[in-house]
Design a protein around this ligand. Sequence first.
Ligand SMILES: [Cu+2]
Length: 342
Amino acid sequence: MKTLKTMMLAFALAATPALAQEAAPAAPAAAAPAAAAAATPAKPSFDYARPVATIGQPQPGSIGIQPQVTAIGQDAQWMHDAVLMPVITVISLFVLALLLWVIVRYRRVANPTPSKTSHHTVIEIIWTLVPVLILVVIAVPSIKLIAAQYSPPKADLTVKVIGHQWYWSYQYPDNGDFEVVSNILTEDQDKARGEPRLLGVDERMVVPAGKVIKIITTSDDVIHSFAVPAFWTKMDAVPGRLNETWFKVDRPGVYYGQCSELCGAKHAYMPIAVEVMEPARFAAWLKSKGGTLAGEKPTASEAIEASSAPAPAVEPTATTPATPTPGIATPATTSQAATAQN
Ligand SMILES: [Cu+2]
């Protein structure tokens, strides 16, 4: 017994530095916003929109699905609210009523000599056929919805979403060589900026309204999951792999999500904030990040054609190696790889 105790103590002691070490890489990231908050409320690098409390974020005391802002999300919400919930409710109430009826009507006092019936062909056909028909009725909209989710239209913009322990970063492979690193804000900063608690970030992922956005997810370390409830979007971010999903939002605004795959100690503290902007404002945002709009019209495949075409209009010189050129070939390959994966 004593040996066991000693062993446990030794294990606990051995484990403590290991835990501390594991938490260590997060420390600088956590310390940076905290230090900034202590001095002055950090200014965002762009004039981001104020979030609206009734859309794109959870409401206090609510149940059910957040208001959907994509066509697929609206279909899925209809599927949930108008098909699945009524079917589930009717079946549950029906089975409950049957149970109560049997308990009361056929209890020993009310029914002293029970029936010996063990088979009833008509009833057996009914209780086989009716569930099959219910499943067929559910399957039709359900399969349509899945097909729509996995057959994306031609993308207007590609965003590569990378999960890290414990923050997100966003790359725009067709829009220049830059990356947006998105860290959680402190509670004070959330308050100052009108952000919902634990959902505010310093730098948002920004996309234009009314455009088809192709999302490629991957990870730097462990499995994360990129999820934005108001878009009906959830896709795992797996190290060494590229997953693809898409959305199209017409309504400008700020929409929040969270990492949805348990990924470590600060899994709950790597929120996702997507700001959907009017295309003109999006162009201004891109510029503020050092990106170019060029990639938005010529999509990835056209960009490759452009880069392989002879005599490009702008020849990058040795003095300006870092300047992102329109139709730059390297990032375009990234989105091509993802297409090939699918
Ligand atoms: Cu995560």
